[in-house]
Design a protein around this ligand. Structure first.
Ligand code: F0G
Length: 419
């Protein structure tokens, strides 16, 4: 199977361009990377992956941010706003409370537009330039639209975003709006928006930059590479486990691909690959259902609901890439309630780390898996927090304490503070 950790590096096909090509994960068909616009396999409709003749080694990485990892990417540079190089915070109180050997928070909210999506867009928008397409588009629960708008306009391209009406956090719409995207509020959920934008892309109306686009995931691999380098520097070993929120399962797929390529390059031992552990909200947990039932296919959930609007997704399009990643690394998937998500958001906030609800799902999931004994006390774990607190100011205000109205008078305020 092409997605197994022990898969051999494939032979370079004739269609390769400068050692880069696209390959179908289902039937193995190969395609030239930049000749035509294509998101899935022409032969069987399967998902595509970017493949390289030369695999990266740790010694190849130099510089700062996403483009430090150019050796693992299709280009030397892209349309950039200095994405990546996000903090890997220590959280001593949370580490103690959860009761594990080490816990670090990889805070992707510290990217230029406040989420990990920037890592995918710096590569994806560069591909759009290579292809010479006009209008870029995505369906989004919010963060992809903010990143697409910012990177698209920086690359001097038009952007169109389809958002589920009433279900996108305020900060994200504000970003898409100010960065000059044309915003369509669709009377339907995210999965319906994605169906439509795929149809628009198939008609040649737009270039699709959802994570179905295999080049987006190349940029997102760098999250995994940064976590490995951070742990190697601080602990002289890679993490035992990486816990991350799951929506379309793009990050799960991307991290797995990063690790697979390092294993193929002989840079990482197969047994040392971190256990990929996905977390979904109870009300939108099709991946968890598939992992728990040991199913090969994910059942689409038509009715999804959660306070973590970023991961309010019932049809994770990257599941065929992500499920092997979770299984082959010995990871798992778990669902958490909205209350558990908000509790974790508060716990992170007490450590000074402000995240949006979907991000806190990773910590909520780790807590749950530690309590049930799935995670051992001797594990070193990285939790991914995917978006910044200010993305969803309403959720933050609801989770925090209320402001107290007082008169503009020092004595009155002193008296008020006694209460
Ligand atoms: N966390 C946040 C904050 C997100 O915005 C998303 C996805 C995820 C996690 C899930 O990541 O899809 O790689 O499993 N947001 C997309 C969007 C769907 O439109 O912004 P995944």
């Amino acid at each position: 199977m092409s997605l197994s950790l022990s898969a051999e590096q494939p032979a370079v096909p004739d269609v390769a361009d400068d050692g880069v090509w696209l390959e179908c994960i289902e039937c193995g068909e190969t395609f030239a990377p930049f000749d035509d616009v294509r998101y899935t396999c022409d032969e069987c409709g399967g998902l595509l992956e970017v493949r390289y003749a030369d695999l990266p080694t740790f010694d190849d990485f130099e510089g700062h941010g996403v483009w430090r990892y150019a050796a693992a990417l299709p280009f030397e540079a892209g349309v950039s706003i200095q994405e990546g190089a996000t903090p890997l915070y220590e959280v001593p109180r949370l580490e103690d409370e959860i009761g594990i050997e080490a816990l670090r928070i990889k805070h992707e909210g510290m990217n230029p537009t406040g989420s990990f999506k920037d890592r995918g867009m710096t590569v994806g928008v560069q591909v759009a330039k290579e292809l010479g397409v006009g209008r870029l588009a995505c369906a989004s629960t919010g963060n992809t639209s903010a990143a697409l708008a910012a990177y698209g306009t920086r690359g001097d391209m038009e952007t169109l975003v389809l958002l589920p009406a009433g279900k996108v956090a305020a900060g994200k719409i504000a970003q898409a709006s100010l960065h000059d995207a044309r915003i369509l509020e669709v009377d339907g959920n995210f999965d319906a928006c994605l169906d439509i934008v795929q149809e628009l892309a198939a008609k040649g109306e737009v270039y699709l930059l959802n994570s179905l686009n295999p080049f987006r995931l190349e940029g997102q691999k760098t999250i995994g590479l940064e976590i490995l380098e951070g742990f190697l520097t601080d602990y002289d070993t890679v993490p035992d486990r990486i816990v991350l929120p799951v929506g379309n399962a793009g990050n799960t797929s991307a991290l797995y691909k990063a690790f697979r390529e390092l294993v193929q390059a002989g840079e990482l031992d197969e047994d040392d690959v971190p256990k990929l552990t996905g977390v979904q909200a109870d009300g939108a947990a099709p991946m968890v259902e598939a992992i728990e039932n040991d199913a090969d296919e994910v059942r689409r959930w038509d009715d999804v609901e959660t306070r973590a609007t970023a991961i309010r997704i019932g049809n994770p399009v990257n599941a065929p890439k992500a499920i092997p990643g979770i299984r082959e690394t010995g990871g798992t998937a778990v669902a958490v309630s909205d209350e558990e998500i908000t509790d974790a958001q508060r716990a992170l906030a007490r450590e000074g780390i402000g995240v949006e609800p979907a991000s806190a799902a990773s910590v909520a999931g780790l807590r749950k898996l530690r309590a049930s004994g799935v995670v051992d006390d001797d594990e070193r774990v990285a939790c991914l927090t995917t978006g910044h607190l200010l993305k969803d100011p309403d959720a933050a205000a609801a989770a925090g304490g209320d402001p107290e109205p007082v008169p503009a008078d020092t004595d009155d305020i002193l008296e008020h503070l006694q209460q």
